[in-house]
Ligand binder design. Sequence first.
Ligand SMILES: NC(=O)c1ccc[n+]([C@@H]2O[C@H](COP(=O)([O-])OP(=O)(O)OC[C@H]3O[C@@H](n4cnc5c(N)ncnc54)[C@H](OP(=O)(O)O)[C@@H]3O)[C@@H](O)[C@H]2O)c1
Length: 248
Amino acid sequence: MTSLPMTSLNGKKIIVVGGSSGIGFGVAAAALESGAEVVIAGRSAEKLKAAEKRLGGAGRVTGIAADMANEAEVSGLFEQAGAFDHLVATAGTPPPNHPIGETDMDFVRRFVDGKLIGAVMLAKHAVRTLNKAGSMIFTSGINKDRPPVPGGSVVSAVAGSFTYFARALALELAPTRVNIVSPGWVDTEMWDEIVGTAKSGYFEQMGARLPAGKIARPADIAPAYLYLMQNEFMTGETIHIDGGQRLV
Ligand SMILES: NC(=O)c1ccc[n+]([C@@H]2O[C@H](COP(=O)([O-])OP(=O)(O)OC[C@H]3O[C@@H](n4cnc5c(N)ncnc54)[C@H](OP(=O)(O)O)[C@@H]3O)[C@@H](O)[C@H]2O)c1
């Protein structure tokens, strides 16, 4: 019996949009450990510098400042990064959470621009320099399966759309593979922004409910992204990695 070939990340170049923090930082760290060269992108040059320092990586990490809601900056990111093998997009900002009757439309538009339109722009400009044998991985999340009530409709719709974005793009871009990672709650800087010091209480309660018995750290989620980069038979798929959160 022959084993399924899992390609090595040695010598591969990976662009992680959102790599200066949270889940993306975890993916960047795991990819570096697996021998890859990593480009991290985000809006804040300062955050990128700090992340580059924390990642170490012996010259294999480059930070490039770019806002994925800005097409000229997205185009510039890929021009600067050059030819590469895998695109990972984890970038995102806290979602709108108002009851539908109190929806702040400017907030919703900014959120959709940053997350969904941003993903379309990343895909549009990545195809020029992405190795055709490589892959794209975008990030959705548990909010599509367990929407917060009230206020979860927009984030649920946006997160849910990624599954179908990947299915269509996987056909259009084949043999380039396109997949989605859908995490449950992950202990990242985004939670500090959303709930501040209440975070530990939220996590304790949710951790006790989860079959996995705890909230994930970015390092628990990163292997799902590495698997999707390395397994050449995975495409058009959404991997749920949520500690069983969809079951409770
Ligand atoms: N944490 C969770 O529990 C969880 C669960 C399910 C799904 N998710 C999803 O996973 C994604 C990442 O979440 P996280 O918790 O890792 O967040 P995080 O720690 O706040 O990190 C977000 C990253 O995205 C970058 N970013 C944000 N907006 C950007 C933009 N317009 N252009 C370029 N970069 C941008 C940020 O850098 P700058 O601020 O410098 O741009 C940062 O590097 C989000 O979409 C989130 O909805 C998170």
